[in-house]
Design a protein around this ligand. Structure first.
Ligand code: MLT
Ligand code: MN
Ligand code: ZN
Length: 305
């Protein structure tokens, strides 16, 4: 059986964000709203409960590992259940945790697209830095949509699905996005044929994404913003969701409408920004999601595929 464990369900900044006093961050800090704190964006997959694929390496990874005893099987004096790391993009909230894994006993197995690897060599040179510690055992992900496997999960087929989104603000390619800057991950359990689609950063419903949403049993997709102008409206940033490569949930053509058309039995939003009203469990926006059969991921959530 394939298990997906949500290690971190918040977008970049986490919830609450260290310097934010929006109604959500202030409310969760003071305990005056019904909402759970969340760490930054990452999931882990396992089949046997011992060997895991980490998908994204969050800045909060050390706390996430502490909160997940199954990631430490303690078979040797130095050990980890994390057999490999796969990246969806090169955003700071998805890669910075690699620095925290530098004590790994062997070069860290890392799976990423060529454009993500370029950003990790130039804009944010993590591979060069890690070469002075454990080093990185790099596996380039092709974008031909063929299946690939990683050693911790021999019975799962994975596929990288290129997405319309954006490379990180620090990327030399920020203004000229390349295919592979952002991918979604199709996860297929070979024994049961059941499939999941994970895409924490999704800017548009391309025909390829539409097919993933239509064919998946479980979808875990971009829940960053409720409205496209959420940050400008709160006076927190000039950036709209679409400027950041995120499709907002509400309104015509939004993520709720995209999920309504999906046959998935579980539809889950993940990578939720701290400003998003869906974080408040008794908010009208949360009730609207419930009415559409859409769940909101939380840290520690486990999904049996
Ligand atoms: C994003 O997904 O847009 C990023 O998390 C933003 C960030 O890391 O600051
Ligand atoms: Mn992010
Ligand atoms: Zn906030």
């Amino acid at each position: 059986m394939t298990t997906i464990r949500v290690l971190g369900s918040a977008a970049g900044g986490g919830f609450p964000q260290w310097n934010c006093n929006c109604a959500n961050c202030d409310g969760v800090r003071r305990g005056t709203i019904d909402a759970k704190p969340r760490t930054q964006s990452s999931i882990a997959l396992t089949q046997n409960g011992q060997d895991w694929l980490l998908v994204n390496a969050s800045p909060d990874i050390l706390a996430q590992i502490r909160a997940t005893p199954a990631l430490q099987p303690a078979r040797a004096a130095r050990d980890t259940g994390i057999g490999a790391v796969l990246l969806m993009d090169a955003q700071i909230d998805h890669v910075t945790g690699l620095l925290m894994l530098r004590e790994h006993r062997q070069p860290l197995p890392l799976y990423a697209t060529p454009s993500v690897l370029r950003d990790l060599d130039r804009g944010f040179p993590l591979r060069g830095i890690l070469s002075h510690y454990c080093g990185v055992d790099t596996h380039e992900l092709a974008l031909d949509n063929g299946a690939f496997r990683v050693p911790p999960l021999p019975d799962i087929d994975l596929h990288a699905v290129p997405l319309d989104s954006k490379p990180p603000p620090y990327s030399p390619n920020r203004a000229t996005p390349q295919p592979g800057d952002n991918i979604g991950l199709r996860i297929v359990d070979r024994a049961t044929g059941r499939r999941a689609f994970y895409a924490p950063g999704l800017g548009a419903i391309s025909p390829e994404v539409r097919e993933e949403l239509d064919r998946a049993d479980v979808v875990l997709v971009d829940g960053t913003f409720w409205t496209d102008d959420e940050m400008p409206r709160l006076g927190l940033s000039a950036k709209h969701a679409r400027d950041m490569g995120h499709l907002a949930q509400s309104g015509p053509g939004g993520m709720i409408a995209a999920l309504d058309a999906s046959r998935a039995t579980r539809k889950i939003l993940i990578h939720i920004n701290n400003t998003n009203p869906i974080l408040v469990e008794n908010s009208p926006e949360r009730r609207e999601l419930v009415a559409h059969g859409i769940e909101v991921a939380h840290d520690g959530m486990e999904i049996a595929l």
